[in-house]
Design a protein around this ligand. Structure first.
Ligand SMILES: *Cc1c(COP(=O)(O)O)cnc(C)c1O
Length: 473
């Protein structure tokens, strides 16, 4: 009887990497895949940012497994239909090109196939995650005993924060608890509220000022009203970098409001918290370190491959307090708690590896340079657009949105749709968010490949769209 299972009678062994000698088939497969990928990245400018509908490969497995050559051919088809983040005109969303070391680390991570659920399944990676999260939290000002945990995306980091805050405040069983945030806060808070079993009204929103920032006077009023109404506030969520315009709420003022009231301050810094890593840009998120918890998404501006998000906390021991279940089928943790007891996810890949390697590849100078470049490009585009014919909305980050001055919602919708199409024809991709009841065009300038000529081309198309009568009746 054969001990090693075979793919077909008398054929090749099953395609798992050989454990006792080099595996030439795997080496060749990896080398060819690497060539395929680097070629795809290197030809980004020859394809549009947003590809036309492409041919898709067969989806179902065939009776017998395919050769690596066939697999690579199928992969190529999927890549041809993929969003092309490496194109310099890809400035629509918070999805920059991938940072080189994070691509490499992602591959190594897959090969190690460790599991952050428990330390015995990820001994070095669990320690790496704990120490890098602690470093990040200290850098952002959360204090010497701070720390955190990675999660698959900012939505999950925000949910983890709110569940932790609710537990810490002793409100886990209280159906009257609410969350306070600005009207421009991210939609992931609505999802979090739903998952937490609270009604939609449990997300109480406060209007923003003319700069898109949560107004602390109105927030103070709301806190007082809620107290009078006997509605306990489980957290106030401030945003450091709102999704449409990159506004940063007045974090110090809000912290001053939360502290005496015993309200947990969570900062959704999915976009802006990276500024806290750079002395030159820290002022953009002034007061960040006064938070109880912070969401940071290195997958956005820093280009760490997706997903890369962390929840950082002043008191990281509140995580296992909220999520600890004991893992009776695992050896005890030799740190404070297993990864699987510090959040919602059980099995989780070692995403820390690509964040760690990416930050080491950039260095502090590189992190600063990435932010410098993004802010500079936003300023440049802002300077090129016609300020008399456009309402420009922005903030201290690298996001800029705009709509024609005086356009009503219908006109703005038509203008945004047509202008986005004109831009796409020139391989320039902007997004079309609805903001303040009107469609805007939005540029996110985190793509390091975007040059002045691309911004000039964007401005030409946009400014030309505004000449008299172009908005139509
Ligand atoms: C992107 C974003 C999120 C959500 O992050 P995901 O990784 O997409 O889940 C949350 N908050 C803000 C402000 C964001 O911009």
């Amino acid at each position: 009887m054969a001990v090693t299972p075979q793919l077909e009678p008398g054929g090749e062994p099953l395609p798992f990497a050989a454990p006792a000698q080099r595996d030439p088939a795997l080496e060749e497969f990896l080398a060819e895949a690497s060539t395929l990928l680097t070629r795809w990245l290197a030809t980004a400018e020859q394809r549009p940012p947003l590809p036309a509908l492409s041919v898709m490969p067969a989806v179902e497995p065939e009776a017998w497994g395919l050769s690596s050559e066939r697999l690579l051919g199928d992969l190529q088809l999927v890549m041809e239909g993929a969003f092309n983040a490496n194109h310099p005109g890809a400035i629509a969303h918070l999805d920059p090109p991938p940072l080189a070391a994070s691509v490499v680390a992602e591959l190594i991570c897959a090969g190690m196939n460790n599991n952050l659920l428990a330390e015995e399944l990820s001994p070095s990676l669990s320690r790496l995650e704990r120490s890098l999260c602690a470093w990040l939290a200290r850098q952002l000002g959360l204090g010497e005993t701070s720390g955190g945990v990675l999660a698959s995306g900012g939505s999950l980091s925000n949910l983890t924060a709110l569940v932790t805050a609710r537990h810490r405040r002793g409100l886990a069983q209280n159906p009257r608890a609410v969350v306070l945030a600005s009207a421009d806060a991210h939609v992931s808070l609505n999802k979090a509220i739903a998952v937490m079993g609270l009604p939609p009204e449990a997300l109480v929103t406060v209007p923003v000022d003319a700069c898109g920032r949560l107004d602390p006077t109105l927030a103070a009023d709301r806190l007082r009203d809620l107290e009078t109404a006997g509605r306990p506030v489980l957290a106030l969520v401030a945003t450091a970098g709102t999704t449409v315009r990159g506004a940063v709420d007045p974090l110090s003022d809000l912290a001053a409001l939360c502290r005496p009231a015993g309200v947990w301050l969570h900062v959704d810094g999915a976009i802006g918290a990276v500024c806290g890593l750079s002395p030159r840009h820290r002022h953009r998120v002034e007061g960040l370190g006064l938070a109880d918890s912070i969401t940071i998404n290195p997958q956005k501006l820093l280009g760490i491959t997706k997903t890369s998000s962390a929840l950082l906390l002043r008191e990281p021991e509140t995580l296992p307090a909220a999520f600890g279940t004991g893992l009776p089928y695992m050896e005890p943790s030799w740190g404070e708690a297993h990864g699987g007891e510090c959040g919602l996810q059980g099995t989780r890949s070692g995403e820390i590896l690509k964040l760690w390697l990416g930050l080491r590849q950039l260095g502090l100078g590189g992190i600063e340079a990435v932010i410098d470049g993004a802010i500079e490009r936003r300023r440049c585009l802002q300077g090129l657009l016609n300020p008399l014919a456009l309402d420009l909305v922005s903030g201290p980050m690298h996001l800029l949105a705009f709509a024609p001055t005086g356009a009503d919602p219908d006109q703005a919708e038509r203008w945004a749709r047509h202008t986005r199409q004109r831009l796409l024809e020139r391989h320039l991709m902007l997004s079309r968010p609805l903001y303040g009841g009107r469609h805007h065009l939005k540029a996110v300038l985190g793509n390091p490949h975007t040059r002045e000529e691309h911004l000039g081309a964007v401005a030409d198309v946009v400014n030309a769209s505004l000449v008299d009568g172009a908005l139509g009746p």
